[in-house]
Design a protein around this ligand. Sequence first.
Ligand SMILES: Cc1ncc(C[n+]2csc(CCOP(=O)(O)OP(=O)(O)O)c2C)c(N)n1
Length: 353
Amino acid sequence: MTTEARRFPAEHEEDGRPAALTAADRRALLRFMLMMRTTEERALALYQQGKVPGSFYDGRGQEATAVGPAFALGPRDRACILHRDLGAHFVRGVKPGPVLAQMMGRAGGVTEGKDANMHFADRRVGCVQMVSMLPDMALVACGLAIAFQMRREPRVALTWFGDGATANGQWHEAMNIAGIRKLPVVLILENNQWAYSTPNELEFAVDPVERAAGYGFLGEKVDGNDVEAVFQAAAAACERARQGRGPTLIEAETMRMHGHGAHDDMRYVPKEMFAEWEARDPIRLYEQRLAADGVDVESVSQSVEKEVDEATEWALGQPMPEPGRATAGVFADTDPELGDGEAPWSRWTDEHA
Ligand SMILES: Cc1ncc(C[n+]2csc(CCOP(=O)(O)OP(=O)(O)O)c2C)c(N)n1
């Protein structure tokens, strides 16, 4: 089973791909995917030990879809990140220590532990905290994009959402305003085959990539387990957006390899389907590809392992937050601007050298 890459409408003008990736860029892509998986594995173990309150949600299997688009962003672009996209936070410069502290509700967490394991983002690196009503982050991204357009700034807002989220009215409102105003927004549909236990065939009557045409812009379907394919599509979409050529819907076809949350044993997923996707694991595939190109992938995974070990120790040493801080930072009463994020793609480094 493979994903057939396609553009809809197919005759859309070309845009000078592929974007250049250096050897260091490719190591970084692997590193961020490994950091997501390793941190989430560690967090799941902490959850099972009773140290993570509530439930636990991860993005196992979706690492390429999280990391590839974030890697295409420039420092002044903005990211509206969802619950399966931990790798995007890492690309923007967030470290695993504060993420693990966050998941345990500790003081050193990204939001000082408020709302534990998914409603967090570090505004200092240009990320917007997740809105749980799905898919309202798409509207937030459109709002950011309207601001960039009005100020004539060559900046992009990028967001992710699931296949299930596209059934809700707000998603269609976001698509509509994005198309009408030709907003500089990039919309990443993480089609992980399931919305909780609802399969794709009960979610849409057409291939969702085709829906973009109904709103007047390009839809592009890519293999969401191929980090370079997702990156390339996102880099081209960001470039088009920056040039005033409007939004892009990118459907990254992938699979959620864990339950909806840690409480879900995903018994509704057919075993053969799971096995087929397991053979397409985005990290193993990319490791094989880089190893074939002579990259020492073992040293990358060892350094990530070490960093996450140290981060876990640090997070476990963090105290619980002071009760008096419970409402601090809830409203943007001071300095409401989002800061700029890290943009590790060598293109940005070169431009800022
Ligand atoms: C408006 C709204 N309705 C219901 C929910 C509860 N809910 C949380 S996640 C989820 C499934 C989302 O599926 P999908 O968009 O495919 O994303 P995935 O979890 O598969 O990544 C639902 C129904 C919600 N968060 N918001």
